[in-house]
Design a binder for this molecule. Sequence first.
Ligand SMILES: NC(=O)c1ccc[n+]([C@@H]2O[C@H](COP(=O)([O-])OP(=O)(O)OC[C@H]3O[C@@H](n4cnc5c(N)ncnc54)[C@H](OP(=O)(O)O)[C@@H]3O)[C@@H](O)[C@H]2O)c1
Length: 489
Amino acid sequence: MSATQTAPAKLSSGMRTPGDHVIVLFGATGDLARRKLLPGLYHLDRAGLLPVGYRIVGTSRRPLSDEVFRAHARAAVVEFGRGELDPGAWDAFAAGLSYASSDAADASALADAVDRAKEQIGGSPRLLHYLSVPPVAFAGIAEALGASGLTGDGRVILEKPFGTDLASARALNAIVHGVFDESQIFRIDHFLGKETVQNILALRFSNGMFEPVWNREHIEHIDHVQIDVPETLSIGSRAGFYEGTGAFRDMIVTHLLQVVGFVAMEPPTSTAPQELVDRKIDVSRALRPLDPTRVVRGQYDGYLDEEGVAADSQTETFVALEALIDNDRWRGVPFYLRTGKQLAQGRRVITIAFKEPEIQLFPLADGTNRGPNELVFEVAEPGGISANFLAKVPGATLELGPARMEFRYDDSFCAANQLEAYERLIHDALLGDRTLFTRADGIERLWEVATPLLERPPAVERYAPGSWGPDSLNQLIAPRRWHLPEDGR
Ligand SMILES: NC(=O)c1ccc[n+]([C@@H]2O[C@H](COP(=O)([O-])OP(=O)(O)OC[C@H]3O[C@@H](n4cnc5c(N)ncnc54)[C@H](OP(=O)(O)O)[C@@H]3O)[C@@H](O)[C@H]2O)c1
């Protein structure tokens, strides 16, 4: 193999190969397809994780020839793929790509292209539709699929966000359920990535050292939990999308509350997808409806000047809130969630903060009594886990100072076997594994929990780009402190 060839290791050991498929990529000319989905499909092919027999049919409303679509896909793989493109591997992959335009009113050309792809594969390949289109287009496309006979036992991946409130999520579910059974629907939650979810569960349930921390009998040791996802990016050119969505709908409902489900779930009886999804939704059911007085909404200075943003926009680019779970395990243990644009760092951090011992025998070296007492999951992949605790400062006196034990996945395991989040999700959907996808009742429950905030949102507060958010962020969590920034302690 030459130095320019960058074939990933074949990952088939222990991994199942999906049955034959026609993958229909809606929104094939869009941003997500270009940056993630087309390069991801190419990488899956090179890793030997696509079915033995498969074809990919790209579609959107604009007309394109197969050749132009293949050139578009090639450019996407060159720009956004991992490593250099291998010409031989590309030719083999491109031979399976075709394109047909479609819209909500007429999917007949697409149906013909799918038929041709099925004939080329032979046998009875299953369909996987990936709806990488603006959410307003979901319903029309689902109906067009039903009318064109493109459903059958096929599966459909729906991008986020799924609805904008309880009523719209219910309406969308009703339309999609008119065409697909719930077991065929894969609502995306790519945020954590399977690796991280499984790492949290592995740490919790496979280690005698950590399991008691989450154990019902000992939960009084946990003081609170933080799920913190600051972003440095601005909204860029996505004002059209962001103005009608905001940080709460874009991130909290779609991602951070899903993370709460994995952190707080009861021990599953197995790692079967259905079991994990059930336990995660149990947590959503126990979530108390959000209290708008325990929510901080922020907007970065300069947001109103972004192109496409209304001069009087009240859309939040930042949100921090307290979530409470009304079950025996978590009653009285608040979860603090924060996310926002144009913040000081881009991080994905889950912090389990422990209570301090009631009796403080030892003073801290800096004269205070409080110290770090946390288990911290860095969930941006490859990620790591650290324990922050107090240790004796060397010397003649018995004083304590902050100490840290750290585990980094990069240092300990071979990261080359990792798949990117979208690659895993496509592979999971081909296999029918729904662990990382949300279910209708789960997403509706989260919108129900969100309703008080959507109906009575507090006013947005300004914050400086590069900060950690509006000042009231700290009042929300007081007397506790945010784990980030680390140098703030
Ligand atoms: N981009 C990201 O980083 C990102 C991240 C997370 C989630 N998402 C989600 O992924 C989806 C796609 O986002 P995107 O950024 O790729 O959007 P985009 O760049 O605007 O592309 C949208 C794609 O959908 C097609 N399309 C638009 N309206 C359509 C309609 N009514 N019927 C059929 N096709 C239609 C467009 O082609 P035509 O105009 O030719 O039809 C285009 O191919 C959205 O749900 C978004 O929320 C995107």
